[in-house]
Design a protein around this ligand. Structure first.
Ligand code: UDP
Length: 476
């Protein structure tokens, strides 16, 4: 019987997309694989749309939608005051999904390993109960993993709160120093979700191994620090396997923006897209518009409604406002011969790989970063949420594959900055040198995945280690 692995991506488009790519790697190596999906309780429209798209474009992958968790007992009076933070809610929801996950694993004829997204950390209990080998697939950089695995011991050894450090520099093994304020806001503000985040990284070392969507030579120092056990002083670091870059194949060639790109010259268009959740104030949208207009460059820009302060994680995204009311007066008309604005969502991978695309203004989400690198595009880094400010440091200072958009940490990035950086990346010698470095990284990434390349070898090693691990399997 084929070895069977269950992948558990949890919630979030940026976690689902690479996990499905991982599923295809397992299939290629002759294993059977099922991706266990959850349906977030508050009906996130973006996530549901991503699930539908991903299923449709990956017919070779088996998906199983887990039923909802049993209803939670009524909140005790003390719980009513419990923090109402979206990150805590995600952890709580995923912890409650342990029961349906366990039932599903038991229902399968056999399972040989469970591979978790980092947010599914509580599912380690299920693996333990069923004596299953448990691995993580870390959907961000090895450099992030080095930082976050080190964070619990780093904070425990500090006599100050992180928010008291402000812009002071912090050092972590294997990565350049960065400002404390660049850590995710839940950490840098000592927010209510900090405990849950620390718990995630405290538990992860007790797994059987961590697969990372990266390749060794991209992040050699961080990978070394992880492998040498420098990040987790209190526990042995499990094996880490850099098996990337795994990037979705795209496939939406019919979208209007692709046809628009077909009519543009080679490498002439700057693409601006800010992840599955990035939104800007109307003021910031105006600054971007003016900057793009004044740059004189061609552009393709994904625009969403400004954030609504009542909007909670997973709420359906409200109907898009009219672009003419969101953007400065006459902007669309004046730029119509060299710019296209797309509402809410574009087929990003197809856009990035299009011959007409020449640079990428990105929020530095890890998937977007990898999609940009594997398309050979210079990155203009505009980090927004989660671990993206830390990613920006790695991309700019360590990998040297991007430059920073100044003002990302202020009220707005000004129009002049957008204009200057966009023109710089498209026209200057510096921009050309940056493009050449990304082209070299693109080739290195492709080499790593080939038979005999570092990522291929790492995956084969992982399979051998899996073979040698607790041989017990769950039998339904
Ligand atoms: N994405 C897309 N079109 C968009 C915005 C995002 O296809 O208009 C995809 C993008 O290609 C990537 C994922 O959504 O695969 C976003 O993941 P990432 O890790 O970059 O950011 P996150 O959404 O997790 O912040």
């Amino acid at each position: 019987m084929k070895k069977t692995v269950v992948l558990y991506p949890g919630v979030g488009v940026g976690h689902l997309v690479p996990m499905v790519e991982l599923a295809k790697v397992f299939l290629k190596h002759g294993l059977a694989v099922t991706v266990a999906l959850v349906e977030p309780p508050d009906g996130s429209a973006t996530f549901s749309a991503a699930v539908a798209r991903t299923k449709a474009s990956n017919p070779s992958v088996t998906f199983h939608v887990l039923p909802p968790p049993p209803p939670a007992p009524p909140a005790a009076p003390a719980d009513e005051a419990a923090p109402n933070h979206h990150v805590i809610k995600i952890f709580q929801f995923l912890a409650a999904m342990n029961a349906p996950l366990r039932d599903f694993l038991r229902s399968l004829p056999s399972v040989h390993a469970l591979v978790l997204d980092m947010f599914c950390v509580e599912a380690q209990d299920v693996a333990e109960e069923l004596s299953l080998p448990v691995y993580y697939f870390y959907a961000s950089a090895a450099s992030d993993l080095a930082v976050f695995l080190n964070l619990p011991s780093k904070l425990a050894g500090m006599d100050k709160k992180v928010k008291e450090l402000g812009d002071s520099m912090m050092s972590f093994p294997g990565v350049p120093p960065f400002k404390a304020s660049d850590l995710p806001s839940e950490v840098s503000n000592d927010g209510v979700a900090l405990g849950s985040i620390l718990r995630m990284f405290e538990r992860m070392p007790a797994s059987d191994g961590i697969l990372i969507n990266s390749f060794e030579s991209l992040e050699a120092r961080a990978v070394r620090a992880l492998k040498d056990g420098l990040c987790v002083p209190s526990h042995a670091t499990p094996p880490v396997y850099c098996i990337g870059l795994l990037v979705s194949g795209g496939g939406d060639k019919e979208h209007g923006c692709i046809r628009w790109l077909d009519a543009q010259p080679d490498k002439s268009v700057v693409f601006l897209s800010f992840g599955s959740m990035g939104t800007f104030s109307k003021k910031q949208l105006g600054e971007i518009a003016i900057g793009l207009e004044n740059s004189g460059e061609r552009f393709l820009w994904v625009v969403r409604n400004p954030p609504n302060s009542d909007h909670k994680f997973g709420d359906p995204i409200p109907e898009m406002e009219d672009l003419d009311t969101l953007l400065p007066d006459g902007f669309l008309e004046r730029t119509k011969d060299r710019g296209l604005v797309v509402k809410s969502w574009a087929p990003q991978v197809d856009v990035l790989r299009h011959r007409a695309t020449g640079a990428f203004v990105t929020h530095c989400g890890w998937n977007s970063t990898l999609e940009g690198i594997t398309a050979g595009l210079p990155l203009l880094c505009w980090p927004m949420y989660a671990e993206q400010r830390v990613n920006k440091v790695h991309i700019v200072e360590e990998f040297k594959l991007g430059v920073e958009m100044r003002g990302y940490n202020e009220e707005v990035v000004k129009a002049e900055e957008v204009e200057t950086k966009v023109r710089w990346v498209m026209e200057s010698e510096g921009g050309k040198a940056l493009r050449e470095r990304v082209e070299a990284a693109k080739s290195a990434a492709a080499e790593a995945l080939k038979e005999g390349g570092s990522s291929h070898i790492a995956f084969v090693q992982f399979l051998e280690d899996l073979d040698a691990s607790k041989v017990q399997t769950v039998q339904g």
